[in-house]
Design a protein around this ligand. Structure first.
Ligand SMILES: [Cu+2]
Length: 162
């Protein structure tokens, strides 16, 4: 048992040494995407899965990007039967060795006052800041997210657009 403990300690130290170089924050980001905007829309949202590889709890406290004037961290909450967006103060927590998913209808990065149209297929660069002082650049793909469709309605493809 003692050997196991020593091996574990060695691995932990090695992992720490490697991860501080590879991922400064100890958090990896998967499947980052941004909602494409229809004409006239000035706000959008970014989504992603945050995976905390460290033994300490991390918080995403801010996101910066050149595509929007203001960026806030939001959650969706049911209030009196209504879905309301709320600004999260203190950041989004990712527990030790846990994953936190930002997704439509839940936690999201709110992009307010877009400076350009978000075209599907293009990329948006996001700069994530964590409470431990580390930060990370993420390339998020702009995706057209399907809206709720009425039952029985058929999707029509307009090929003239492409
Ligand atoms: Cu929001």
């Amino acid at each position: 048992m003692k050997n196991h403990k020593q091996v574990f300690m060695l691995l932990a130290i090695l992992t720490l040494a490697i991860s501080t170089q590879a991922i400064a924050s100890g958090v990896s980001v998967d499947d980052a995407y941004v909602r494409a905007t229809p004409p006239g829309q000035t706000n959008s949202a970014a989504f992603m899965t945050l995976h905390n590889h460290s033994t300490e709890s991390k918080r995403l406290i801010a996101v910066e990007s050149s595509v929007a004037d203001t960026i806030e961290l939001h959650s969706h909450q049911h209030e009196n039967g209504m879905m309301k967006m709320r600004r999260i103060k203190g950041g989004i927590e990712i527990g030790p060795h846990e994953m936190t998913t930002l997704q439509p209808g839940g936690l999201h990065v709110m992009l307010i006052g877009l400076k350009k149209k978000l075209v599907p297929g293009e990329m948006v660069q996001l700069h994530l800041k964590f409470d431990d002082g580390s930060s990370q650049d993420v390339h998020a793909e702009i995706r057209k997210l399907s809206m709720k469709m009425k039952k029985g309605s058929k999707m029509k493809m307009d090929h003239s657009m492409y």
